[in-house]
Design a protein around this ligand. Structure first.
Ligand SMILES: C[S@@+](CC[C@H](N)C(=O)[O-])C[C@H]1O[C@@H](n2cnc3c(N)ncnc32)[C@H](O)[C@@H]1O
Length: 275
């Protein structure tokens, strides 16, 4: 039984990092006219009303709310902030999750597949996108769905794997899913999000990915405090396989800037894990 609801965390520092990288990759891949298959294995509800969760959890206040009105951010962040602003029109009241961010940018030749297991969040997701012929939402396991959807007809795909890691086996499942998906279509761009709660777990995740047949693996991590074993999420990261060649350079400006805006003890990592 899944209890995680992304609405409590929408717009936090992890979402900022994840969605900056996701949007940058999507924008880059759409420079080519050929259709793109977007696969979001763990979609959540699609979008969130921030104010309704305010009393219960105010993670967004320490994150997106701090950046929302800033101008002159590095290009990756600016592009992301403009997407959040476009969804709100005026004051910050809503946060578009990964499905909504992708849906807003889909072209007629693109298609998107969203997976969400939690029944309430799936209902919201499906209601939001059911009118679109190019968007397919499913109340089934995203790991299994990913396998079925690759290779894509055009051999072009952007995959986001973003579990809540509520179930410990997710740390193993993400590696299996990523390696299997890459075997089915080595040309895809794959993005895997991870939380830093226990550094040893992340070291092991990196080791397993580097030991696989995959190449061109990069890591981008943003932290708000130093590692603090077992005392909650202090940082989070995106592992990117076959990211656009421009991403690393862009993140070299974006990550120090973001870390400085969001924390008094800024932490970030940029690594080429494997060439
Ligand atoms: C971190 S949230 C997703 C947030 C979303 N990607 C975003 O950026 O807006 C993870 C979601 O995955 C769902 N989930 C957990 N295991 C799943 C699975 N095996 N397949 C599909 N969804 C799953 C959870 O219910 C939760 O809503």
């Amino acid at each position: 039984m899944l209890s995680y609801r992304h609405s409590f965390h929408a717009g936090n520092h992890a979402d900022i990092l994840k969605h900056c990288v996701y949007l940058n990759c999507l924008g880059y891949l759409q420079r080519k006219d050929t259709g793109l298959r977007v696969i979001d294995t763990h979609s959540g509800a699609g979008a969130y009303a921030l104010t309704s969760e305010k009393e219960k959890n105010a993670e967004y206040l320490a994150a997106i709310a701090r950046l929302y009105d800033i101008s002159g951010a590095p290009p990756v962040v600016d592009y992301y902030l403009n997407a959040i602003r476009a969804f709100n029109r005026n004051a910050l009241k809503y946060y578009p999750g990964s499905p909504q961010l992708a849906a807003n940018l889909l072209r007629p030749q693109d298609e998107a597949y969203f997976f969400e297991l939690h029944s309430s969040d799936y209902r919201l997701l499906n209601t939001r996108f059911r009118q679109s012929k190019r968007i397919h939402s499913s109340n089934t396991d995203g790991f299994a769905g990913l396998k079925r959807l690759l290779p894509s007809p055009t051999r072009r795909a952007l995959v986001l794997i973003d579990p809540s890691y509520e179930i410990k086996s997710d740390y193993r499942l993400v590696v299996d899913a990523l390696v299997q998906a890459h075997k089915r279509m080595a040309t895809g761009c794959f993005l895997l999000w991870y939380p830093v709660v226990d550094r040893g777990t992340i070291n092991s995740l990196e080791k397993q990915l580097c030991g696989s047949e995959m190449s061109n693996i990069q890591l981008f991590e943003l932290g708000i405090s130093p590692d603090n074993h077992g005392h909650g999420m202090t940082a989070s990261g995106m592992i990117a396989v076959n990211a656009p060649w421009t991403l690393r350079e862009q993140m070299q400006t974006a990550l120090p800037w973001l870390a400085g805006q969001l924390s008094a003890t800024p932490q970030f990592r940029i690594e080429q894990l494997k060439d």
